[in-house]
Every structure is written in structure tokens, then in C-alpha cells.
Design a protein around this ligand. Sequence first.
Ligand code: SAM
Length: 280
Amino acid sequence: MTTATLSLVATPIGNLEDMTYRAVRILGEVDLIAAEDTRHSLKLLSHFGISKSMTSYFDHNQQFKGERILNTLRQGKSVALISDAGTPCVSDPGYQLVRDAVAEGIPVIPIPGACAAVAALSASGLPSDTFTFAGFPPSRQGKRRSFLAEMSALPGTLLLYEAPHRLVETLQDMREVLGERQVVVARELTKIYEELIRGSVSEVLESVDQGKVRGEVVILVAPGEKPAQETQSLEETLLGLMRDGRLSLKDTAKKAAEITGVSRSEAYAAALKLKNDAEL
Ligand code: SAM
């Protein structure tokens, strides 16, 4: 590989069989591999028979190492960035380097592969059409609770990374702030002791509380129920306007949407249902 390209190469999150053919080829072809922890990555590279010049790129040397890596790219050389596990830039170093390379017009390409959050979501059984990945929650309880409160009204499934020794306290805060939602704790994905613990927050807490949790975990939280009050007040508003009888169905829905704050389409669907129910 001779043209200046920065490749973001995903590596396995446990099971080495999750390394892709393309990742092996790219890592074997680039001029330089930048790794979060060179000693850790050396084991992975030697497993795949890759011997390359490496440099470290981690949280605390990003500033000056980033500049050196950019210089390598400016010279027309190719660089691959890997983290200790999974996809670089996902709760791992890389964002600043990617941003700076993009700003200089250096081609940046992803070499996709394992990512704990996506793997956990795919097997969770929780809604996957809309989701929010919010990385690691704050470690202090006060900040963690405010962080969870900010997330409470988001639509879709919430995905968090968490350290195993904080799992119980984070679940307890979730129960406190978000209420009794369905959660999945995905532990040790792709490894021997892989498990997906599913249930309400209290049920999951009961099963993880018994022993000290070991290994790596992703926490997934189902979206909150829409408050029953909201639906009721939409219905009540619609019925009031319909009884009044002065507006068309479309205008009734429009007015009800303004009053209750729901979308016009939702109000129209509800109005239509009420009308149809009344006609039965
Ligand atoms: N960049 C990585 C990725 O793409 O998933 C994530 C790196 S982040 C520093 C490490 C966190 O990811 C762990 O603390 C844990 O929350 C999650 N994680 C990584 N590997 C995992 C695994 N095998 N099973 C469950 N969670 C994992």
C-alpha cells in the first residue's frame, strides 16, 4: 500500500476468529500500524503472522503522536489504526486523528469488524431500529444519575459500556432514575463465558448481585413507555374537539397536536381511530 491512507481497522473483542480477511491483508500491507497498546497488539499481529513497524497512539499521547502519524501520511505512506479490541474511535482513541486527517484531505477508510455495542444490540432482543450509544456513564453517582436523567426521554434502546465493578451501582441508578425497564447485560461477548442476562432491572440486579461480576459488559436499556397520561390527554382533547363538531377531522387532529405536543400524524391516526370506533 503506497498511497497515503488512514485505515481504521477493527480487531476482535475476544474471539480471534472474528478478525476479518481484509483486516489481516490491510495490516500486512500498510507502512505503519498505530496501536493503542503496542505490546498488546503485538500478540494479535504475531497470531496472524504480521510483522510491521508499530507506534503507540493512546489517550495521553494523542496530541504529539497524532502529529507524527499525520507526517507519515503526508509523506504518502499508509497507516492503520487499531485499538486494544473492537472498532477504533468507539470509546477508544482515534477521533482526533481521523478529524485531522479528514481536514487535510487525507483519505480515511473504515475496515469494519467487531464492535461490542453493535454485537450486543444485535442479540439483545431490544428494539434495534433506533438506538443511542452513549459510551461509559460517569463514574460518580451524582453525575451518573444526571446523565441517565438526560437519556431518559430518548427514543429507542440505550447502549452503555460499563466497567464490571460498577455494573451493580449503575443498574441501581437506572432503576432509580429510569424506572423498572427491560435491560440486557451482555457479558464477555465472543468469549468462553459469554452470557446475555435479560429481564427487568430488578431481575437482572438479582442475578448479577449474587456474585462479583467479572469480564467486560455492555448494558442495553429498552426505551421507556410513553406516559399513559399523554395518550389519555390526546384522546380527551380529540374527543372534546370532535364533540364540539365544528372542525374537520384534519383540523381536529391539527388542533389536538398543537394542544398536546404530539405530532400531527400521530394525532390524525388517533382521531381516525376514534372516528372509526364511534362508527362501529
Ligand atoms: N472499541 C471497542 C468496541 O468497538 O467495542 C470498545 C472499547 S471500550 C474501551 C471497552 C468496553 O467495551 C468494555 O469496558 C466493555 O464495556 C465493552 N466490551 C469490549 N469487549 C467486550 C466483550 N467481549 N463483551 C462485552 N463488552 C465488551
